[in-house]
Write a protein that binds this ligand. Sequence first.
Ligand code: DAH
Length: 373
Amino acid sequence: MLDRIERIRDEGRAAIAAAADAAAVEEARVRYLGRKAELTTILRGIGELPAAERGPVGKAGNEVRRELEGLVEEAAARHERSELDRRLAAEAIDVTLPGTPPVRLGHLHPLTRTRREIEDIFIGLGYRIAEGPEVEHDYYNFTALNHPPGHPARMLQDTFYVDPASLGDGVELYGSDGAPLTAPPGPRDVLLRTHTSPMQVRAMEDAEPPIFIIVPGRVYRRDSDATHTPMFSQVEGLAVGDGITLADLHGTLLTFARAVFGEERDVRIRPHFFPFTEPSVEVDVSCFRCGGSGELDRERCGLCKGTGWLEILGAGMVDPNVFGFVRDRGYDPDHVQGFAFGMGIERIAMLKHGVPDLRMFFENDVRMLEQFR
Ligand code: DAH
Protein backbone atom coordinates (compact mmCIF):
# COMPACT_ATOMS: atom_id res chain seq x y z
CA MET A 1 0.00 0.00 0.00
CA LEU A 2 2.83 2.35 0.85
CA ASP A 3 4.34 1.59 -2.59
CA ARG A 4 1.08 2.57 -4.23
CA ILE A 5 1.09 5.85 -2.34
CA GLU A 6 4.68 6.48 -3.39
CA ARG A 7 3.82 5.78 -7.04
CA ILE A 8 0.83 8.11 -6.81
CA ARG A 9 3.13 10.80 -5.40
CA ASP A 10 5.62 10.42 -8.24
CA GLU A 11 2.95 10.37 -10.93
CA GLY A 12 1.14 13.31 -9.34
CA ARG A 13 4.30 15.40 -9.10
CA ALA A 14 5.14 14.64 -12.72
CA ALA A 15 1.62 15.35 -13.97
CA ILE A 16 1.43 18.68 -12.14
CA ALA A 17 4.87 19.69 -13.33
CA ALA A 18 4.00 18.76 -16.92
CA ALA A 19 0.68 20.66 -16.94
CA ALA A 20 1.01 23.32 -19.65
CA ASP A 21 -1.78 25.58 -18.43
CA ALA A 22 -4.30 26.17 -15.67
CA ALA A 23 -6.78 23.77 -17.28
CA ALA A 24 -4.21 20.95 -17.30
CA VAL A 25 -3.40 21.64 -13.61
CA GLU A 26 -7.08 21.33 -12.81
CA GLU A 27 -7.22 18.06 -14.73
CA ALA A 28 -4.28 16.72 -12.68
CA ARG A 29 -5.97 17.85 -9.46
CA VAL A 30 -9.16 15.95 -10.30
CA ARG A 31 -7.15 12.91 -11.33
CA TYR A 32 -4.93 12.72 -8.21
CA LEU A 33 -6.92 14.52 -5.51
CA GLY A 34 -10.53 14.41 -6.73
CA ARG A 35 -13.36 12.44 -5.15
CA LYS A 36 -12.72 9.42 -7.31
CA ALA A 37 -8.93 9.61 -7.19
CA GLU A 38 -6.96 6.55 -6.13
CA LEU A 39 -5.42 8.36 -3.17
CA THR A 40 -8.83 9.55 -1.95
CA THR A 41 -10.13 6.01 -2.15
CA ILE A 42 -7.14 4.73 -0.14
CA LEU A 43 -7.60 7.34 2.57
CA ARG A 44 -11.31 6.73 2.71
CA GLY A 45 -10.67 2.96 3.15
CA ILE A 46 -8.13 3.23 5.98
CA GLY A 47 -10.64 2.02 8.53
CA GLU A 48 -10.87 -1.30 6.73
CA LEU A 49 -7.13 -1.91 6.85
CA PRO A 50 -5.42 -4.16 9.38
CA ALA A 51 -4.82 -2.07 12.47
CA ALA A 52 -1.01 -2.12 12.07
CA GLU A 53 -1.18 -0.59 8.60
CA ARG A 54 -3.65 2.18 9.42
CA GLY A 55 -1.07 4.51 11.03
CA PRO A 56 1.69 4.42 8.41
CA VAL A 57 -0.74 4.40 5.42
CA GLY A 58 -2.77 7.25 6.87
CA LYS A 59 0.35 9.26 7.58
CA ALA A 60 1.96 8.66 4.18
CA GLY A 61 -1.34 9.16 2.34
CA ASN A 62 -2.08 12.46 4.08
CA GLU A 63 1.48 13.67 3.51
CA VAL A 64 1.25 12.95 -0.21
CA ARG A 65 -2.17 14.55 -0.38
CA ARG A 66 -0.88 17.72 1.30
CA GLU A 67 2.17 17.82 -0.92
CA LEU A 68 0.15 17.39 -4.10
CA GLU A 69 -2.39 19.97 -2.94
CA GLY A 70 0.46 22.42 -2.39
CA LEU A 71 1.92 21.70 -5.79
CA VAL A 72 -1.49 22.11 -7.47
CA GLU A 73 -2.08 25.42 -5.73
CA GLU A 74 1.33 26.72 -6.68
CA ALA A 75 1.09 25.55 -10.29
CA ALA A 76 -2.44 26.95 -10.68
CA ALA A 77 -1.36 30.34 -9.37
CA ARG A 78 1.69 30.35 -11.63
CA HIS A 79 -0.33 29.50 -14.75
CA GLU A 80 -3.05 31.99 -13.94
CA ARG A 81 -0.48 34.72 -13.54
CA SER A 82 1.30 33.95 -16.77
CA GLU A 83 -1.98 33.59 -18.63
CA LEU A 84 -3.03 37.01 -17.35
CA ASP A 85 0.32 38.43 -18.39
CA ARG A 86 -0.10 36.95 -21.84
CA ARG A 87 -3.63 38.34 -22.19
CA LEU A 88 -2.57 41.75 -21.02
CA ALA A 89 0.23 41.77 -23.54
CA ALA A 90 -2.00 40.55 -26.36
CA GLU A 91 -4.87 42.90 -25.65
CA ALA A 92 -2.83 45.92 -24.74
CA ILE A 93 -3.83 49.16 -26.48
CA ASP A 94 -0.95 51.23 -27.73
CA VAL A 95 -2.18 54.73 -27.12
CA THR A 96 0.72 56.14 -29.12
CA LEU A 97 -0.54 54.54 -32.35
CA PRO A 98 -2.26 56.93 -34.76
CA GLY A 99 -6.06 56.72 -34.48
CA THR A 100 -8.35 55.10 -37.01
CA PRO A 101 -8.78 57.68 -39.76
CA PRO A 102 -12.13 59.43 -39.23
CA VAL A 103 -14.89 58.84 -41.73
CA ARG A 104 -14.77 61.62 -44.30
CA LEU A 105 -17.46 64.08 -43.31
CA GLY A 106 -19.43 66.19 -45.72
CA HIS A 107 -18.89 69.91 -46.02
CA LEU A 108 -20.79 73.05 -46.85
CA HIS A 109 -21.69 73.89 -50.42
CA PRO A 110 -19.47 76.67 -51.82
CA LEU A 111 -22.49 78.96 -52.16
CA THR A 112 -23.47 78.42 -48.53
CA ARG A 113 -19.92 79.22 -47.51
CA THR A 114 -19.86 82.37 -49.60
CA ARG A 115 -23.23 83.48 -48.22
CA ARG A 116 -22.07 82.95 -44.64
CA GLU A 117 -18.85 84.80 -45.34
CA ILE A 118 -20.81 87.79 -46.67
CA GLU A 119 -23.19 87.63 -43.69
CA ASP A 120 -20.31 87.57 -41.22
CA ILE A 121 -18.75 90.66 -42.75
CA PHE A 122 -21.94 92.70 -42.50
CA ILE A 123 -22.83 91.39 -39.06
CA GLY A 124 -19.39 92.67 -38.07
CA LEU A 125 -20.44 96.09 -39.39
CA GLY A 126 -23.59 96.08 -37.25
CA TYR A 127 -26.11 94.84 -39.82
CA ARG A 128 -28.98 92.49 -39.02
CA ILE A 129 -30.04 89.60 -41.27
CA ALA A 130 -33.60 89.70 -42.60
CA GLU A 131 -35.27 87.19 -44.86
CA GLY A 132 -38.30 87.62 -47.09
CA PRO A 133 -40.67 85.44 -49.10
CA GLU A 134 -39.59 83.97 -52.43
CA VAL A 135 -43.18 84.09 -53.69
CA GLU A 136 -43.77 87.81 -53.71
CA HIS A 137 -46.35 90.41 -54.56
CA ASP A 138 -45.85 92.46 -57.69
CA TYR A 139 -46.29 95.40 -55.33
CA TYR A 140 -43.11 94.72 -53.32
CA ASN A 141 -41.06 93.35 -56.20
CA PHE A 142 -41.81 96.24 -58.56
CA THR A 143 -44.30 98.96 -57.63
CA ALA A 144 -42.91 99.94 -54.24
CA LEU A 145 -39.42 99.84 -55.72
CA ASN A 146 -40.41 102.64 -58.03
CA HIS A 147 -41.39 100.47 -60.99
CA PRO A 148 -45.00 101.57 -61.44
CA PRO A 149 -47.26 99.25 -63.45
CA GLY A 150 -46.35 99.61 -67.09
CA HIS A 151 -42.87 100.97 -66.30
CA PRO A 152 -40.43 99.73 -68.94
CA ALA A 153 -37.84 98.80 -66.29
CA ARG A 154 -40.07 95.88 -65.30
CA MET A 155 -39.03 94.34 -68.57
CA LEU A 156 -35.36 94.33 -67.56
CA GLN A 157 -36.16 91.25 -65.54
CA ASP A 158 -37.72 88.22 -67.16
CA THR A 159 -40.21 87.29 -64.55
CA PHE A 160 -41.89 84.04 -63.49
CA TYR A 161 -45.47 84.92 -62.65
CA VAL A 162 -47.38 82.65 -60.32
CA ASP A 163 -50.98 81.58 -60.93
CA PRO A 164 -52.66 83.07 -57.84
CA ALA A 165 -55.19 80.20 -57.80
CA SER A 166 -52.28 77.85 -57.02
CA LEU A 167 -51.65 79.62 -53.71
CA GLY A 168 -54.77 78.19 -52.05
CA ASP A 169 -57.20 79.98 -49.75
CA GLY A 170 -56.41 82.21 -46.80
CA VAL A 171 -53.47 84.04 -48.36
CA GLU A 172 -53.88 87.81 -48.12
CA LEU A 173 -53.06 89.32 -51.49
CA TYR A 174 -52.33 92.86 -52.58
CA GLY A 175 -52.69 94.45 -55.97
CA SER A 176 -49.84 96.19 -57.72
CA ASP A 177 -50.95 99.41 -55.96
CA GLY A 178 -50.36 97.78 -52.58
CA ALA A 179 -54.04 97.78 -51.60
CA PRO A 180 -55.60 94.49 -50.50
CA LEU A 181 -57.23 92.84 -53.47
CA THR A 182 -60.99 92.93 -53.56
CA ALA A 183 -61.41 91.31 -56.95
CA PRO A 184 -59.80 87.90 -57.65
CA PRO A 185 -56.04 88.34 -58.14
CA GLY A 186 -54.83 88.89 -61.65
CA PRO A 187 -52.26 86.75 -63.46
CA ARG A 188 -49.54 89.34 -62.77
CA ASP A 189 -50.14 90.12 -59.12
CA VAL A 190 -47.95 87.35 -57.69
CA LEU A 191 -44.52 86.24 -58.87
CA LEU A 192 -41.28 84.56 -57.89
CA ARG A 193 -39.21 87.49 -56.68
CA THR A 194 -36.71 88.61 -59.30
CA HIS A 195 -34.37 90.12 -56.69
CA THR A 196 -34.02 90.43 -52.90
CA SER A 197 -34.78 94.16 -53.09
CA PRO A 198 -38.50 93.78 -52.17
CA MET A 199 -37.38 93.10 -48.63
CA GLN A 200 -36.20 96.74 -48.44
CA VAL A 201 -39.80 97.90 -48.36
CA ARG A 202 -41.03 95.06 -46.15
CA ALA A 203 -38.28 95.78 -43.61
CA MET A 204 -39.06 99.49 -43.56
CA GLU A 205 -42.75 98.72 -43.05
CA ASP A 206 -41.73 96.73 -39.98
CA ALA A 207 -39.21 99.05 -38.32
CA GLU A 208 -38.54 102.77 -38.07
CA PRO A 209 -35.16 104.17 -39.04
CA PRO A 210 -32.32 103.75 -38.41
CA ILE A 211 -32.24 100.41 -40.20
CA PHE A 212 -29.22 98.34 -41.19
CA ILE A 213 -30.10 95.01 -42.78
CA ILE A 214 -28.83 92.51 -45.26
CA VAL A 215 -31.18 90.11 -47.00
CA PRO A 216 -29.71 86.87 -48.34
CA GLY A 217 -31.99 84.67 -50.41
CA ARG A 218 -32.97 82.96 -53.61
CA VAL A 219 -34.33 84.85 -56.59
CA TYR A 220 -35.77 83.71 -59.92
CA ARG A 221 -35.62 84.87 -63.54
CA ARG A 222 -36.42 83.32 -66.90
CA ASP A 223 -32.77 83.17 -67.88
CA SER A 224 -30.36 80.37 -68.66
CA ASP A 225 -26.80 80.43 -69.96
CA ALA A 226 -23.21 80.21 -68.64
CA THR A 227 -23.68 83.24 -66.40
CA HIS A 228 -27.45 83.02 -65.73
CA THR A 229 -29.56 80.32 -64.10
CA PRO A 230 -33.33 80.47 -63.52
CA MET A 231 -32.67 80.40 -59.79
CA PHE A 232 -29.76 82.16 -58.17
CA SER A 233 -29.03 83.94 -54.91
CA GLN A 234 -28.49 87.52 -53.89
CA VAL A 235 -27.64 89.52 -50.83
CA GLU A 236 -29.45 92.82 -50.54
CA GLY A 237 -28.27 95.58 -48.25
CA LEU A 238 -30.15 98.55 -46.85
CA ALA A 239 -28.81 101.28 -44.56
CA VAL A 240 -31.09 104.16 -43.61
CA GLY A 241 -30.27 106.61 -40.85
CA ASP A 242 -29.13 110.12 -40.03
CA GLY A 243 -26.94 111.75 -42.66
CA ILE A 244 -25.95 108.61 -44.52
CA THR A 245 -24.25 109.51 -47.79
CA LEU A 246 -22.77 107.97 -50.90
CA ALA A 247 -19.37 108.20 -49.17
CA ASP A 248 -20.68 105.81 -46.49
CA LEU A 249 -21.76 103.42 -49.23
CA HIS A 250 -18.30 103.63 -50.76
CA GLY A 251 -16.57 103.00 -47.42
CA THR A 252 -18.89 100.12 -46.54
CA LEU A 253 -18.33 98.40 -49.87
CA LEU A 254 -14.58 98.98 -49.68
CA THR A 255 -14.55 97.21 -46.30
CA PHE A 256 -16.64 94.41 -47.77
CA ALA A 257 -14.48 94.02 -50.90
CA ARG A 258 -11.27 93.90 -48.87
CA ALA A 259 -12.69 91.30 -46.51
CA VAL A 260 -13.68 89.04 -49.41
CA PHE A 261 -10.95 89.68 -51.98
CA GLY A 262 -7.97 90.82 -49.93
CA GLU A 263 -6.68 93.85 -48.04
CA GLU A 264 -4.98 95.42 -51.07
CA ARG A 265 -8.20 95.79 -53.03
CA ASP A 266 -9.73 99.08 -54.10
CA VAL A 267 -13.30 99.78 -55.21
CA ARG A 268 -14.64 102.27 -57.71
CA ILE A 269 -18.18 103.35 -58.38
CA ARG A 270 -19.55 104.12 -61.84
CA PRO A 271 -22.85 105.82 -62.66
CA HIS A 272 -25.64 103.45 -63.62
CA PHE A 273 -29.41 103.18 -63.50
CA PHE A 274 -31.74 101.33 -61.16
CA PRO A 275 -35.34 102.46 -60.70
CA PHE A 276 -35.16 102.34 -56.88
CA THR A 277 -31.93 104.28 -56.32
CA GLU A 278 -30.95 107.82 -57.22
CA PRO A 279 -28.13 108.25 -57.97
CA SER A 280 -27.45 104.63 -58.94
CA VAL A 281 -24.01 103.11 -59.29
CA GLU A 282 -22.28 99.95 -60.28
CA VAL A 283 -19.40 98.93 -58.08
CA ASP A 284 -16.14 97.37 -59.26
CA VAL A 285 -13.35 95.85 -57.21
CA SER A 286 -9.77 96.05 -58.42
CA CYS A 287 -8.76 92.75 -59.99
CA PHE A 288 -7.18 90.45 -57.45
CA ARG A 289 -5.56 88.30 -60.13
CA CYS A 290 -3.43 91.03 -61.77
CA GLY A 291 -3.49 93.46 -58.84
CA GLY A 292 -5.50 95.96 -60.89
CA SER A 293 -2.91 96.50 -63.63
CA GLY A 294 -4.89 94.56 -66.25
CA GLU A 295 -1.69 92.67 -67.11
CA LEU A 296 -0.39 89.31 -66.00
CA ASP A 297 3.05 88.13 -67.14
CA ARG A 298 3.04 90.74 -69.92
CA GLU A 299 -0.29 89.40 -71.17
CA ARG A 300 -3.80 90.73 -70.84
CA CYS A 301 -5.28 89.52 -67.54
CA GLY A 302 -7.96 86.98 -68.42
CA LEU A 303 -10.05 87.55 -65.29
CA CYS A 304 -10.67 91.31 -65.67
CA LYS A 305 -10.13 91.20 -69.46
CA GLY A 306 -7.36 93.75 -69.18
CA THR A 307 -9.48 96.40 -67.47
CA GLY A 308 -8.05 95.93 -63.96
CA TRP A 309 -11.60 95.98 -62.53
CA LEU A 310 -14.27 93.40 -61.77
CA GLU A 311 -17.94 94.34 -61.45
CA ILE A 312 -19.35 93.02 -58.19
CA LEU A 313 -22.68 94.68 -57.50
CA GLY A 314 -25.28 97.37 -58.05
CA ALA A 315 -26.05 100.06 -55.50
CA GLY A 316 -27.17 103.61 -54.93
CA MET A 317 -28.93 106.06 -52.65
CA VAL A 318 -32.48 104.94 -51.89
CA ASP A 319 -34.82 106.81 -54.24
CA PRO A 320 -37.13 109.22 -52.35
CA ASN A 321 -40.03 107.63 -54.23
CA VAL A 322 -39.30 104.35 -52.43
CA PHE A 323 -39.40 106.11 -49.04
CA GLY A 324 -42.72 107.56 -50.22
CA PHE A 325 -44.26 104.09 -49.91
CA VAL A 326 -43.27 103.86 -46.24
CA ARG A 327 -43.60 107.55 -45.34
CA ASP A 328 -46.08 106.79 -42.55
CA ARG A 329 -43.58 104.39 -40.92
CA GLY A 330 -41.13 107.19 -40.23
CA TYR A 331 -39.45 107.42 -43.63
CA ASP A 332 -40.30 110.97 -44.70
CA PRO A 333 -38.35 111.39 -47.95
CA ASP A 334 -37.60 114.97 -46.99
CA HIS A 335 -35.81 113.83 -43.85
CA VAL A 336 -34.33 110.36 -44.22
CA GLN A 337 -31.76 109.07 -46.59
CA GLY A 338 -29.76 105.92 -46.99
CA PHE A 339 -28.15 103.56 -49.41
CA ALA A 340 -28.95 100.15 -50.82
CA PHE A 341 -26.94 97.55 -52.65
CA GLY A 342 -27.51 94.16 -54.17
CA MET A 343 -25.04 91.48 -55.16
CA GLY A 344 -25.16 87.98 -56.62
CA ILE A 345 -23.70 85.36 -54.31
CA GLU A 346 -22.80 83.10 -57.25
CA ARG A 347 -20.99 85.97 -58.94
CA ILE A 348 -18.90 86.67 -55.84
CA ALA A 349 -18.09 82.94 -55.49
CA MET A 350 -17.24 82.59 -59.20
CA LEU A 351 -14.88 85.55 -59.09
CA LYS A 352 -13.27 84.50 -55.86
CA HIS A 353 -12.70 80.86 -56.82
CA GLY A 354 -12.31 81.18 -60.59
CA VAL A 355 -15.40 79.11 -61.38
CA PRO A 356 -15.97 79.48 -65.13
CA ASP A 357 -19.63 78.45 -65.40
CA LEU A 358 -22.41 79.44 -63.00
CA ARG A 359 -24.26 76.20 -63.67
CA MET A 360 -21.48 74.20 -62.02
CA PHE A 361 -22.77 75.36 -58.63
CA PHE A 362 -26.06 73.58 -59.21
CA GLU A 363 -24.97 70.42 -61.02
CA ASN A 364 -23.54 69.11 -57.73
CA ASP A 365 -20.76 67.13 -59.37
CA VAL A 366 -18.70 66.03 -56.37
CA ARG A 367 -15.45 66.50 -58.30
CA MET A 368 -16.29 70.20 -58.36
CA LEU A 369 -17.73 70.41 -54.83
CA GLU A 370 -14.82 68.52 -53.24
CA GLN A 371 -12.55 71.39 -54.17
CA PHE A 372 -14.32 73.53 -51.60
CA ARG A 373 -13.55 71.49 -48.47
N1 DAH B 1 -31.94 94.40 -57.44
C1 DAH B 1 -30.89 94.64 -58.39
C2 DAH B 1 -30.77 93.46 -59.33
O1 DAH B 1 -31.25 92.41 -59.02
C3 DAH B 1 -29.57 94.81 -57.67
C4 DAH B 1 -29.53 96.07 -56.89
C5 DAH B 1 -29.06 97.21 -57.51
C6 DAH B 1 -29.99 96.14 -55.60
C7 DAH B 1 -29.02 98.40 -56.82
C8 DAH B 1 -29.93 97.33 -54.90
C9 DAH B 1 -29.44 98.46 -55.53
O2 DAH B 1 -30.34 97.45 -53.63
O3 DAH B 1 -29.41 99.61 -54.84
O4 DAH B 1 -30.22 93.61 -60.36
